[in-house]
Design a protein around this ligand. Structure first.
Ligand SMILES: C[S@@+](CC[C@H](N)C(=O)[O-])C[C@H]1O[C@@H](n2cnc3c(N)ncnc32)[C@H](O)[C@@H]1O
Ligand SMILES: [Zn+2]
Length: 214
């Protein structure tokens, strides 16, 4: 069979191929785009960077049959929509967000996408809300600012069911700037999830860490 003329033949071309195809098939691309526009308008303090891994999050939620999901860092709801869409039909997502403007926009997005009854926004800081959550959760997605990551891991281990999946984002932000607050916390967290006996961890090239609760 002849090769297609646009067969990707370099790491960059493969990355572009994946990016274009995932984007073309992203059912929540409108919320992704709205998140990008919002960040531009909100100003430099805004950290609404929608996940670059929506379909990956979705396939992981579907593969694990997750029914109860916790997210840290809702933004405008892009990743929570992927998680809710792909979880089991009675799956529920609780998503923590500290900014009430982001939370309000996310709630609108959940309603508009038909997931208003399956996603709950918990308004507050993760470091305050995590200690009062009770498990078990099937899946936790950590996508908040990194400056408090040091306080999270014990709670993740406590809250995940055995076999549950922890997906951690934002662990290599040094590629963007060495001035980002919390790089030291992210570095310590990377080491801890590798050493933690109750987790089995793998890092993906895109920057996500996947950790299964033993
Ligand atoms: C990277 S964005 C989340 C993007 C979102 N997961 C998505 O894919 O669209 C980070 C969000 O987390 C919120 N946030 C950051 N640190 C937080 C914290 N410690 N507690 C609660 N929310 C936090 C920010 O206000 C921002 O909306
Ligand atoms: Zn914002």
């Amino acid at each position: 069979m002849p090769l297609p003329p646009d067969e990707p033949d370099s790491p960059e071309a493969i990355e572009a191929w994946i990016h274009e195809r995932m984007r073309a098939h992203d059912r929540f691309a409108d919320v992704y785009d709205a998140s990008e526009r919002h960040r531009e308008e909100h100003g430099p303090e805004c950290t609404v960077y929608p996940s670059g891994s929506g379909p990956v999050l979705g396939t992981l939620a579907a593969a694990t049959g997750a029914k109860r999901i916790l997210e840290l860092g809702c933004g405008l709801g892009y990743s929570a929509l992927w998680l809710a869409f792909a979880s089991s039909p009675d799956g529920r997502v609780e998503t923590i967000e500290q900014d009430d403007g982001h939370a309000a926009l996310a709630r609108q997005n959940f309603q508009q996408a038909g997931f208003g009854d399956r996603v709950t926004v918990l308004l507050g800081r993760a470091v305050d809300l995590l200690p009062i959550r009770t498990g078990p959760y099937d899946l936790i997605f950590c996508d908040s600012d990194i400056d408090e990551y040091g306080a999270y891991l014990d709670h993740f281990v406590r809250l995940l069911r055995p076999g549950g999946l922890l997906i951690t984002s934002n662990l290599f932000l040094g590629r963007y700037s060495l001035e980002i607050p919390g790089l030291g916390q992210a570095a310590a967290y990377r080491d801890r999830i590798l050493r933690e006996q109750r987790l089995l961890t793998a890092f993906l090239r895109g920057g996500l860490a996947l950790s299964v609760r033993k």
